[in-house]
Ligand binder design. Structure first.
Ligand SMILES: N=C(N)NCCCC(=O)O
Ligand SMILES: [Zn+2]
Ligand SMILES: [Zn+2]
Length: 340
């Protein structure tokens, strides 16, 4: 069947929802073309169906396709930024990374390799998870591409700088401690936003501070508001290469019930979107939206919130030039299959 896509500014855009009902056909993110349907992408969106690193409720392996389904209603013009992201840049859906559900180390390696492959030509990568374990290989790939440590802006109810769970080093509660240990994060420019909820002990916060993180808690966002939050974050990030990781549980469970480790007292989707829009112009080299677990979702609330978060992140990326990669890995070094 003919796809009847919008073409704008030479870019192959979404299927035209005025001619093919938006609820028809297979879902790609925002009904965009698949990566194999375009010559090359400036912004690629990839799914990582992996949830073998969770400590509580499972199901985030189904998150990427849930977000794709919920993204059918997105439209091509973003009024909040006065921008048409799919005309500004060629954006495409790269499908899912074929991750091993039984071997976390193998999955991490596959994710890293696929992220490197997808960014080889300077494309900026937005990943839809998956549990938060996947941020580690994505950060490794981002740091390899930029040729040094990256700034991190981490939206989450949780710190995710814990050490181990049941002796396991690579879990969804530990990616950012591992990343600091590996030297791939710029420890002058690390921020958590939306943190809240009970911890194991005060030591969690002491460790986190020692690693270099600054914290804007969920309550801080409430008391100081979006503008001051954005100003503080921008100040800390400066012009460094920036990776943004969004755990959807940063939102209050009322806004995003479909997640694995929910905590009361979260920020609203409006606050999150406004903070993201406040990052306009920063050197966003990569981003993810993780921890969407559809079995716990209701009325697609979480899927819709995550799809809008992804849309605004793609909008920010669409305005940036292709990334100037500092390092490149030859094809011979690749050991894994390309994204499916
Ligand atoms: N990354 C997420 N969503 N959660 C981490 C929670 C770790 C814990 O169960 O203590
Ligand atoms: Zn979390
Ligand atoms: Zn997390």
């Amino acid at each position: 069947m003919e796809e009847l896509r919008i073409e704008d500014n030479g870019r192959l855009g979404p299927i035209d929802s005025s001619r093919i009902p938006r609820f028809a056909g297979a879902a790609t993110f925002a009904r965009l073309p698949r990566l194999d349907q375009v010559e090359s992408a400036d912004v690629a969106i990839v799914g990582v169906p992996f949830d073998s690193g969770v400590s509580y409720r499972p199901g985030a392996r189904f998150g990427a396709n849930h977000v794709r389904e919920a993204s059918r209603l997105l439209r091509p013009y973003n009024p909040a930024l006065d921008l048409s992201p799919f005309a500004e840049a060629q954006v495409a859906d790269a499908g899912d990374v074929p991750v091993n559900p039984f071997n976390i180390n193998a999955a991490i390696e596959t994710i890293q390799q696929n992220a490197l492959d997808l960014t080889e030509d300077g494309a900026r990568l937005l990943t839809i998870g998956g549990d938060h374990t996947i941020a580690l290989p994505l950060l490794r790939a981002a740091a390899e591409r930029t040729g040094g440590p990256v700034a991190l802006l981490h939206f989450d109810a949780h710190l995710d700088t814990w050490d181990t769970y049941f002796g396991a080093e690579y879990t969804h509660g530990t990616p950012f401690r591992r990343a600091v240990e590996e030297g791939i994060l710029d420890t002058d420019a690390l921020s958590h936003v939306g943190t809240r909820g009970p911890l194991y002990g005060k030591r969690d916060l002491e460790d986190d501070r020692r690693f270099g993180f600054g914290i804007v808690t969920s309550s801080d966002v409430y008391y100081q508001g979006v503008r001051e939050t954005v100003a503080k974050l921008r100040d800390r990030i400066g012009d460094r290469p920036l990776y943004v990781s969004v755990d959807i549980d940063v939102l209050d469970p009322a806004h995003a019930p479909g997640t694995g480790t929910p905590e009361a007292g979260g920020i609203t989707s409006r606050e999150l979107l406004e903070i993201l829009r406040g990052l306009r112009g920063l050197n966003l080299v990569g981003a993810d939206v993780v921890e969407v677990s559809p079995a716990y979702d209701h009325a697609e609330l979480t899927g819709v919130a995550a799809s809008h978060v992804a849309y605004d992140l793609v909008s920010l990326m669409s305005e940036l030039p292709k990334a100037a990669n500092r390092t490149e890995r030859g094809a011979a070094q690749r050991t894994t299959a390309g994204a499916q």
